[in-house]
Unconditional design. Structure first.
Lengths: 260, 221
């Protein structure tokens, strides 16, 4: 058994154990994220962290070899739910829990709308994303990218790919109809983070025509790419998302919001 | 989030919920409304007859999400939206203020959602004689084992204070109970202690009985 959180700053000895002055440095409390670059939920947490000015060191749980089912990962996440985030001795699991924890620790405007009706609208679209979009994005990711990564002889299930593309039409059409202002429910909030994750992955795996063929979705996605972090730092959260090469090489960059 | 919603002093009247007594999402909203002391009128959506897929309902909820909550011009569709909307009304807030508890609450809500289908398969089998999913009990047991381990240490509520997570699991545990699988809860000491605790709360009385589900009766909350 090995500790998957034993990486980065956490794997270094405390200054007090070396030649430091014994004071706990800020870096020793840095958040650590275990996830996978082709996993939508991992990307949601990275985006949330970047929006809220939270630095996070990352390490990969290799979904192409089903590492989420390994004994080491199940010791952290008994049900195999990704991602996992650790701060000091506290661990939180899954996108639902991890995003709000990061938000609670972060800077700037809250990501949940304050108006009850807008909040309900946001949550409805988050729900649509989770149930009508994410499962099909995951099928495309598995068949087109992850499957061949784990097995050179992998043969994509063409019927599953076609079905996933078809199933995405209705929710993306509805999203296109929904977007009538700058962001999905008017103000930038969690639902924009969710759909950024889905549409970014579709885009990098060669399904970008699903965005380009829907003008409101396309223009929203362009605005997202240049949405400056809520933390006040001069960064764009979108820039931290992995490329196709990153996914294929199982590379997950750290969330680096710069010096404060 | 974090107590930021602008809320009204008194529970609003005229809030209407359209749902089904054998639907977990509907029942979670009944729990939430009772906890918040929000009065809800209810209207049956006969999901057993497929009403959620009919054109009339799809004109309101294009993807067939249930329940449908309406207050004046404001609507909330599905559990995710309806629970959050209900939490902005009535007494207090069910979102913990501490970030750690907020994160844990959402994680356990997510885990509860992962077993919605097997739990509903059990209740449908009991109420309507439909076939039970072959791996339903196994999947539920896996999640209950994880919850039991997390509740170790004499915690009576899932994140220490009553939260959305308890509302989610109250509905889940109630359906397990109604489906005649109470042993799944009773055999796990920590889950049983938690279940005994939530059963003492007045909100438990708002939950439908097996007869209510069979007869498709949705109580007013």
């Amino acid at each position: 058994m090995s500790d998957l959180f034993h990486f980065g700053t956490a794997a270094k000895p405390f200054e007090s154990q070396t030649e430091g002055d014994g004071e706990m440095s800020k870096q020793q409390y840095i958040m650590q994220l275990l996830g996978f670059p082709g996993d939508p939920d991992t990307l949601k947490v990275m985006l949330t962290a970047a929006e809220k000015g939270i630095n996070a060191e990352t390490a990969v749980v290799d979904m192409s070899t089903k590492q989420q089912d390994s004994e080491d990962y199940r010791k952290i996440s008994p049900l195999g739910i990704l991602p996992a985030l650790k701060e000091a001795n506290f661990v939180v699991l899954g996108e639902h829990g991890t995003c709000v924890f990061v938000e609670g620790k972060g800077l700037g405007t809250f990501l949940a709308p304050r108006n009850a009706a807008v909040l309900a609208e946001q949550n409805y679209w988050i729900d649509i994303g989770r149930t009508e979009v994410q499962p099909h994005v995951e099928i495309l990711m598995q068949e087109i990218v992850i499957g061949p990564m784990g097995d050179a002889g992998y043969s994509a299930d063409d019927a599953a790919v076609a079905a996933a593309r078809t199933a995405l039409s209705a929710p993306l059409d509805a999203l296109n109809e929904k977007i009538t202002s700058k962001f999905i429910v008017g103000e930038f909030c969690y639902v924009d983070i969710h759909f950024t994750s889905y549409l970014h992955l579709l885009s990098v795996i060669g399904e970008g025509d699903m965005l380009d063929s829907r003008p409101n979705v396309k223009s929203w996605f362009e605005r997202i790419k240049t949405h400056k972090s809520y933390s006040g730092q001069d960064i764009f959260a979108y820039d931290m998302l992995p490329s196709l090469e990153d996914i294929k090489s199982k590379t997950l960059g750290d969330v680096d919001c710069g010096e404060f | 989030m974090f107590g930021l919603f602008k809320k009204k002093k008194k529970a609003e009247s005229g809030m209407k919920l359209r749902g089904f007594p054998g639907d977990l999402s509907t029942v979670k909203c009944l729990v939430m409304a009772a906890e918040k002391e929000v009065k809800l009128e209810t209207e049956l959506l006969d999901m057993q007859a497929g009403a959620q897929d009919e054109a009339e309902y799809r004109s309101l909820s294009p993807f067939g999400k249930v329940p449908y909550l309406q207050e004046g011009d404001a609507i909330a569709i599905g559990a995710e939206a309806s629970l959050a909307y209900l939490d902005t009304r009535g007494k207090g807030f069910l979102n913990p203020k501490k970030a750690q508890n907020f994160g844990l609450m959402n994680y356990w809500g997510q885990v509860a959602e992962t077993i919605s289908a097997p739990v509903e398969s059990l209740i449908n089998a009991s109420a309507f004689g439909t076939a039970e999913d072959g791996d339903a009990v196994e999947r539920i047991e896996t999640a209950l084992d994880a919850l039991d381990a997390a509740l170790t240490g004499n915690k009576k509520l899932i994140v220490g204070e009553y939260s959305y997570a308890d509302a989610h699991w109250t509905a889940v545990a109630h359906f397990i109970d109604l489906a005649g699988k109470q042993s799944l809860i009773d055999s796990r000491a920590n889950v049983k202690a938690w279940h005994d605790k939530v059963k003492e709360r007045p909100s438990y009385a708002s939950l439908p009985s097996l007869d209510d589900i069979k007869q498709k009766q949705l109580k007013t909350a």
